[in-house]
Design a protein around this ligand. Sequence first.
Ligand code: ZN
Ligand code: ZN
Ligand code: ZN
Length: 142
Amino acid sequence: LKDELQIEQEVKRTLQAHALRSTPVRRGVLELISKRGEALASSDFEEATRADRITVYRTLRTFESSGILHRVQDSTGVDKYALCGNACSAAGHHHTHAHFHCTTCSKTSCLKEVSIISQVLPEGYQIHESQLTYTGICSACS
Ligand SMILES: [Zn+2]
Ligand SMILES: [Zn+2]
Ligand SMILES: [Zn+2]
């Protein structure tokens, strides 16, 4: 696990790289997600930053449109957010990895090494977003 100082520096760099002002809530959201290393729901960020729902919602939207976080859908029906890699920016998200939701520890995480194979769609269809989330038991629980 990364230490606190390392995470603080990383968060600072991320905000700078995306030309985002550093605010306590923005730092809090990124620090939590870096520490936990899994996809988190807005309620997790509200709890950790003690910010209200609207502020957290706006922060998550900003990070999503900046290419810092991506939204993950799992079988809980609650949207979660996970960290993006360097390939994502305000110009767009570039990842095709699958996600995994563990029914034992209820953690949802990125399977960075598992690629969603692109499907050939009928003519006239355009993909803007795709989601593939497996549900099962993760390596830590099995
Ligand atoms: Zn992304
Ligand atoms: Zn698990
Ligand atoms: Zn992911």
